[in-house]
Design a binder for this molecule. Structure first.
Ligand code: ADP
Length: 517
């Protein structure tokens, strides 16, 4: 809800001059805004721009069992569960700083002595001639939260319970297979063993998801030969999938420190998907290269492909593209688990695909920490390291930024912070942001970019931003997500042709920002 559009704030706008409290169309009496605010079952509050709460509705007082004066005197933090306090304060502070919508989930202490989960959403309402205010609501989401937790707990218990009889029955199967000679019975036993393995994989995926959700996925990190691991996994998968030719091209003797078992699981998942979603093709190509101190693993198939609109959701839990849910078996968990494993190794992942023409799933694992690139050159108006260069030429009002190679959360955050620094220092308002040399990326840095980086760039003087897109669909999605900001105060335009972006910037009138932050 946008508080600026709420009934409470529009009160009076439809009033007929003759019937002050009557709706001009229905003739019914209009309730006063105070009555409305207190009748709403949600907690409603306002705060000043320093974050101090200065109004709460009756629902807050009823829930907390305190008078309005006491609630305002204690402040909201007095009612927040101690385990949710630090993240809540940080998120509130971040919104106060950026002016971006505040959303947060926390437990609030009610007068019955119990904590209840709430979803807080607040927006900054700008008021002409008066100081801005934050208008917020806290909605009770306890039921949804607890039933979600119960569902996760059920999945965890059920998958544990299913695992034990399955393991026993697999053991008997193997025994029987050893006892029978060649013939029909052996063929049937082998087929049912294959189904048991499938069942085992489904149960393992469910268990993993419940571990991820409970934050209990444990990683056992050791140094191992990554190239050998790939060779072994591919060899094993050739046995499982004789229908496809699995071609592997990998650099030798890549050494990596991480959880071998979990990374095998990722490769397994990418290859089995490549086979599953390419029933009419014969080949799957797997490659592993080292680029800029990163291992890049790609699995390419010639199958059904994925529509662009599905790309960014595929790594979410239970998500399955519409074309696969009816034709192919699956729970939609493999990529979600893979994404978690890759992220926990400091890596990132992306997909290149056009619908009907196959897909390439890639992931990147950093061999050294990616956030710590040393600059090759750093002057007041020029910066360069292996991930990006920033140039503010004398006599131009444009800041030129060129991103190079694979990016992730760390490199994007560091590069973005440098852009703010150089924009301010060189007093520029136009940015030429060139992503043409970025081959593929997807990272949560986009949320950071939308909520923190972009508002700070604007504070630093940004007015016109020409974003030259990479060819990578995933990188384009990251770019678009980074500017999903309703309250933009700058013009941001995407270009596929660099010349067009430059022309657009040059046509914009020069603006010397008055920066004093
Ligand atoms: P599942 O395969 O069990 O559905 P995943 O999490 O492994 O679960 O994959 C999620 C979804 O991503 C799939 O349902 C499918 O829509 C899509 N997908 C994954 N890999 C491919 C691929 N190689 N080609 C086309 N679609 C794919």
């Amino acid at each position: 809800m946008n508080p600026q559009n709420s009934n409470a704030n529009q009160e009076g706008s439809n009033k007929s001059p003759n019937a002050k409290n009557r709706d001009s169309e229905t003739g019914l009496n209009q309730p006063s805004s105070t009555l409305l605010l207190n009748a709403i079952p949600q907690q409603i509050w306002t705060a000043d721009t320093s974050g101090e709460i200065n109004y709460v509705n009756d629902t807050v007082c009823r829930d907390f069992g305190q008078s309005r004066e006491t609630v305002l005197a204690y402040g909201w933090t007095a009612f927040v569960h101690k385990d949710d306090l630090a993240t809540s304060i940080n998120s509130w502070k971040a919104s106060l700083e950026s002016g971006k919508e505040y959303t947060n989930e926390f437990r609030l202490l009610f007068s019955d002595g119990n904590y209840y989960w709430h979803l807080a959403i607040a927006r900054l309402v700008r008021q002409e001639g008066k100081s801005d205010i934050w208008v917020g609501t806290n909605t009770n989401i306890h039921l949804q939260k607890t039933s979600e937790a119960r569902k996760d707990e059920f999945i965890s218990i059920a998958s544990h319970e299913l695992k034990t009889p399955l393991t026993t029955s697999k053991g008997f199967h193997q025994l029987l297979l050893r006892m029978v000679g060649e013939g029909k019975i052996k063929t049937y036993l082998e087929r049912s063993a294959g189904q048991l393995t499938r069942l085992e994989k489904l149960i393992a995926d469910l268990l993993d998801v419940s571990k991820i959700n409970a934050g209990k996925m444990i990683f056992d990190s050791k140094t191992f030969n990554f190239s050998n691991m790939l060779t072994d996994v591919v060899a094993e998968m050739r046995q499982i999938y004789p229908s496809h030719q699995l071609l592997l091209v990998a650099e030798n003797n890549i050494s990596f420190t991480g959880d071998q078992f979990r990374l095998e699981q990722v490769v397994h998942n990418f290859i089995s998907n490549a086979v599953k979603y390419s029933p009419d093709a014969k080949t799957v190509e797997i490659s592993a290269r080292i680029i800029d101190e990163n291992i890049i693993v790609s699995v390419k198939d010639y199958g059904i492909g994925i529509k662009a609109k599905h790309l960014k959701q595929l790594f979410e839990r239970y998500y399955r593209a519409d074309n696969s849910s009816t034709r192919f078996n699956g729970l939609g968990l493999g990529l979600y688990i893979s994404a978690d494993i890759i992220k926990r190794h400091g890596g990132s992942f992306w997909i290149e695909s056009s619908f009907g023409n196959g897909a390439t799933f890639s992931f990147k694992l950093p061999l050294i920490s990616s956030g710590s690139a040393d600059p090759d050159i750093r002057t007041k108006s020029y910066y360069r390291d292996k991930h990006l260069s920033i140039t503010c030429p004398v006599g131009s009002d444009i800041m030129y930024v060129e991103w190079t190679g694979y990016q992730d959360m760390n490199t994007v955050k560091r590069g973005g912070s440098l852009m703010i620094e150089y924009l301010k220092e060189n007093r520029r308002s136009k940015v030429f942001n060139d992503n043409r040399l970025v081959p593929g990326t997807w990272s949560e840095a986009s949320d950071w970019a939308a909520n923190i980086w972009l508002p700070l760039m604007e504070l630093a003087g940004l007015k016109f931003f020409a974003w030259i897109l990479s060819e990578s669909a995933f990188s384009q999605l990251s770019a678009q997500k980074s500017v999903e900001n309703e309250e933009k105060h700058s013009e941001i335009v995407f270009f596929t042709q660099a010349e067009e972006g430059l022309k657009w910037l040059e046509e914009k009138s020069t603006f010397q920002p008055d920066v004093d932050i």
